[in-house]
Design a protein around this ligand. Structure first.
Ligand SMILES: Nc1ncnc2c1ncn2[C@H]1C[C@H](O)[C@@H](COP(=O)(O)OP(=O)(O)O)O1
Ligand SMILES: [Mg+2]
Length: 194
């Protein structure tokens, strides 16, 4: 497995809820042919399947808490294996949420070539999520859960950025700009990989 994806580039896409990770990843898929794996989407798909595991996940996610590490990592790994033959690269969106998750990912899968840090102000993220909540159908896009998710992001995920900064692979992207402006910055970071 590790062999199969050895040559594919791995990009971690990290940022708070509503910062614009999913929006940018979609554009990267279009332009670069990377595979987009959103840990949140994978988990929500499991919930939608109605499985027993899905029901447990639903309860955790509704509270704005983190799902057990092994569960998320296994799902990402399976999805990567499924795409290994056709992928030039992988966008790992919304993972790692905490430093330990990053360490486990590297042990089981491989090292990231780049960490895109999608940076927006808390105020901006709340505004975007409230708006997304009008149509997303996501049970965690409500004011109370949004606040918990933001708190958890600052506490657990910001240390992830510091951890990879020491390796020199972090590119901080100003996500206060328009979607297209943000994508220009994202593209520059990816072009610099080659
Ligand atoms: N640069 C930008 N300017 C304005 N709105 C943006 C934006 N990037 C994303 N959005 C909107 C799209 C969504 O409705 C909402 C959250 O974006 P998202 O991509 O779903 O975030 P994430 O995946 O980081 O949670 O904000
Ligand atoms: Mg997302």
């Amino acid at each position: 497995m590790a062999d199969k994806i050895k040559d594919a580039k791995i990009i971690f896409v990290v940022g708070g809820p509503g910062s614009g990770k999913g929006t940018q990843c979609e554009k990267v898929v279009e332009k670069y042919g990377y595979t987009h794996l959103s840990s949140g989407d994978l988990l929500r798909a499991e919930v939608a399947s109605g499985s027993e595991r899905g029901k447990q996940l639903q309860a955790i996610m509704q509270k704005g808490e983190l799902v057990p590490l092994d569960t998320v990592l296994d799902m990402i790994k399976d999805a990567m294996i499924a795409k290994a033959d056709v992928s030039k690269g992988f966008l790992i969106d919304g993972y790692p949420r905490e430093v330990k998750q990053g360490e486990e990912f590297e042990k089981k899968i491989g090292a990231p070539a780049l960490l895109l840090y999608i940076d927006a102000k808390a105020e901006t993220m709340v505004k975007r999520l409230m708006k997304r909540g009008e149509t997303s159908g996501r049970s965690d896009d409500n004011e109370e859960t949004i606040k918990k998710r933001l708190d958890l992001y600052y506490k657990a995920t910001e240390p992830v950025i510091a951890f990879y900064e020491s390796r020199g692979i972090v590119r901080k992207i100003d996500s206060e700009l328009s979607v297209d402006e943000v994508f220009k910055l994202v593209s520059q970071a990816i072009d610099n990989l080659k």
